[in-house]
Design a protein around this ligand. Structure first.
Ligand SMILES: *Cc1c(COP(=O)(O)O)cnc(C)c1O
Length: 407
């Protein structure tokens, strides 16, 4: 079947929650993907910050294939060497205190569900119980009911209310956070850089204030690094430079890049207080910790280390941001490493929502990018993306913007 026929069948047979997909992809190599009609694209979105190693990295392919031939799944009545190794490795690279422990999930939203249950249980064990969980305006934590309850976007929430209660949204400013803290706060969940909102970093000093306030009120600090973690920003955790050692968060959640394309998530429970909350019988998952996912995670970390991809994310990301900023039609460039948000200059376009048109124009010219809002683009390319791909995109973008301007 050709691409159009496959897309027609998709519409027929798949639930339309994602809208119509624009391409049918059949293969990938490095930072490029190929569609069912044989056209190749430079992928500047990386499966939404997932494909850190790009596509078909030989070390990853070998590790996952080997594991598939050896042991594909065991129940959580048992463990595997890969599970033990990945937990150890994650605690190590994230600088977790010696008290640190890991719970594996299959996705980001499940890692956040686990974290929210942990916070709820922590709050319930206080006397009197602490019933409120703070989350930030514009924050995104996933689509399952608990994580959605901590996600601020009305359009995602409203059709599904009532959602699990007790979440209070706070403006992401230090003053608003200070004002929101009272005895009854059980925990605070935040992203160090708000990815789905358009790659907005938290204000200077916010993370330190969050750590101080949660401590002062015996509340737990949950840092959602599902999008920002695992090297995306040039560090294993985006929060690592502030929230480290004594200042470590109570909980960190990871997913997206963690498996280099294999579905996996993790909740890292860092502090002694937090590790005491959940015990036998309190939580579970059938697939979490699956050996294939563990092998994928170990291979991903190994390649990031062996190929110096943290450093690469920093230098290539800086080059990309420096190249984007002066382009006519770009109003602002944000982000760290290879997680980049671009605001378009609305005064130059005849529509107040040019971003989706830019995405489709870019696709027609062989580049995959994403719009997080009407005038905001996001880039989260594989950490292995080549300089030539970046240069090609920077060269094409003015023409892409011109084409959108002229409609
Ligand atoms: C993508 C994302 C999630 C949800 O992860 P899924 O794997 O889609 O469930 C949660 N938090 C953040 C910050 C994310 O970017």
């Amino acid at each position: 079947m050709n691409q159009q026929e496959l897309l027609n069948d998709y519409r027929e047979n798949l639930l339309g929650v994602f809208g119509d997909p624009s391409l049918v992809l059949t293969s990938g190599k490095g930072a490029t993907v190929t569609d069912a009609d044989g056209r190749t694209y430079v992928d500047l979105l990386g499966g939404i910050a997932v494909n850190a190693l790009g596509y078909g990295h030989p070390v990853w392919v070998e590790a996952v294939s080997r594991q598939a031939g050896r042991l594909g799944h065991v129940s959580n009545f048992f463990t595997t060497p890969e599970q033990v190794s990945l937990a150890d490795k994650l605690l190590n690279i994230t600088g977790a205190p010696s008290s640190g422990k890991v719970f594996f999930t299959n996705s980001g939203t499940e890692a956040n569900e686990a974290a929210l249950k942990l916070v709820r249980s922590h709050g319930n064990s206080a006397t009197p119980a602490k019933k409120r969980i703070l989350a930030l305006d514009h924050g995104f934590h996933g689509r399952t009911a608990g994580a959605l309850a901590a996600t601020s976007k009305e359009a995602y929430r409203t059709p599904f209310e009532p959602l699990p209660g007790g979440v209070v949204f706070v403006e992401p400013t230090t003053e608003a956070l200070e004002a929101a803290f009272e005895y009854d706060v059980a925990g605070l969940i935040l992203e160090p850089i708000q990815g789905e909102a358009g790659v907005h970093p938290l204000p200077e000093g916010f993370l330190a204030a969050a750590r101080r306030l949660t401590r002062e009120h015996s509340a737990l600090l949950v840092v959602d690094e599902v999008q920002t973690g695992m090297g995306r920003t040039g560090r294993w955790l985006a929060s690592q430079d502030v929230l480290t050692g004594e200042q470590a968060p109570d909980v960190v959640t990871l997913a997206k890049s963690l498996g280099g394309g294999f579905p996996i998530g993790a909740m890292l429970v860092m502090t002694p207080e937090a590790t005491r909350v959940l015990g036998p019988g309190n939580h579970g998952t059938t697939f979490g910790g699956n050996p294939l996912a563990m092998a994928a995670g170990l291979a991903t970390i190994q390649v990031i280390e062996d190929e110096g991809l943290l450093e690469r994310a920093r230098t290539v990301g800086q080059g990309l941001r420096d190249g984007l900023a002066p382009i006519d039609g770009v109003a602002e460039v944000r982000g760290e490493g290879l997680l980049i948000g671009i605001d378009l200059d609305l005064s130059q376009f005849s529509t107040d929502a040019p971003a989706p048109a830019v995405v489709s124009e870019a696709r027609d010219r062989g580049f995959i990018i994403n719009a997080t809002g009407p005038a905001t683009l996001r880039l989260a390319p594989p950490l292995v993306i080549e300089g030539a791909h970046i240069d090609a995109f920077l060269e094409a973008l003015p023409t892409i913007l011109d084409a959108v301007r002229s409609v």
